[in-house]
Design a protein around this ligand. Structure first.
Ligand code: NAP
Length: 245
């Protein structure tokens, strides 16, 4: 089994890459700029007896998907992709009064346009019975006016999931979104550990009473990637620990 995980050098994507490798997949994962972090993930997977390769791919630029697949083909000639995880994403903290067109274009280019065209250019490489997993966010269904464009990107991704699932169902390919809540990664490093109130406030948003860990998300991805999830498609799987119940 071969998996491709975008944004696997840090955070949730790193945990997904490591988990899928432990489950026996040969994992190709991408990073944008942080080569040392990517090398550390490869080394850790190799140390555990797994197979991994890191691909440099800046997403959110024109022709990003074609460049990513060219890098994939160079690293793993002739390989297909049984599991594609569109994980790479960026935040955008601005409410409607502060949002700039540049912010809007950037967050949509990375979070929405890139997954669309990665799938478009990758479809021939995904065999019947394959898996596409799009990492969405609880922000697609919970109002967060201070991150209005970010939440909108994830809602768009969920609609992408829905339509792809309908189109790819006849091939036995399942397509699901997975929506994390607040998860302890670099994306939140600027505020989550600022003081104990920030962290306890974030923990209180989840019914399960804590902030998520990357492995909490990766374990659900592993389920969606497995044969056990063969009868689930076109859905948004909540991974917020019960936020906004
Ligand atoms: P993170 O810790 O900031 O890691 C981001 C990863 O994506 C890194 O591997 C990074 O590569 C890569 N990346 C960033 N910008 C990129 C770009 N323009 N092109 C290509 N790769 C890029 O993020 P995270 O918190 O793990 O988030 C992963 C996904 O989960 C995102 O889609 C995010 O929206 C979603 N999510 C996160 C949370 C949360 O609370 N953390 C909650 C809900 C949903 P480098 O290492 O090279 O920079």
């Amino acid at each position: 089994m071969t998996a491709l995980v975008t944004g696997g050098s840090r955070g949730i994507g790193r945990a997904i890459a490591e988990r899928l490798a432990r489950d026996g997949a040969t994992v190709a994962f991408t990073y944008a700029t942080n080569r040392p972090a990517a090398d550390a993930v490869v080394a850790r997977i190799h140390a555990e007896g797994g197979q991994a390769v890191a691909l440099q791919a800046e997403l959110g630029t024109h022709n990003d998907a074609e460049q990513l697949w060219a890098a994939f083909d160079a690293a793993l000639p002739g390989a297909h992709v049984d599991v594609l995880v569109n994980n790479a994403g960026i935040s955008c903290y601005a409410d409607i009064s502060a949002l700039t067109e540049e912010d809007f274009d950037r967050v949509f280019a990375v979070n929405v346009r890139a997954p669309f065209f990665i799938v478009q250019h990758g479809l021939a490489r995904i065999p019947d019975g394959g898996r596409i997993i799009n990492i969405s966010s609880g922000a697609a269904r919970l109002a967060l006016p201070g991150a209005i464009a970010y939440g909108s990107t994830k809602a768009a991704l969920d609609t992408f999931t829905l339509n792809l699932a309908a189109q790819l169902g006849p091939r036995g390919i399942t397509v699901n979104s997975l929506a994390p809540g607040i998860t302890d990664t670099d994306m939140n490093a600027g505020w989550l550990h600022r003081d104990s109130e920030a962290e306890s406030g974030a923990a209180a948003l989840a019914a399960l009473g804590r902030v998520g860990a990357p492995a909490d998300i990766a374990d659900i991805v592993a389920f969606l990637a497995s044969d056990d999830a063969r009868w689930m498609t076109g859905r948004v799987v909540d991974a917020t620990g019960g936020a906004g119940l």
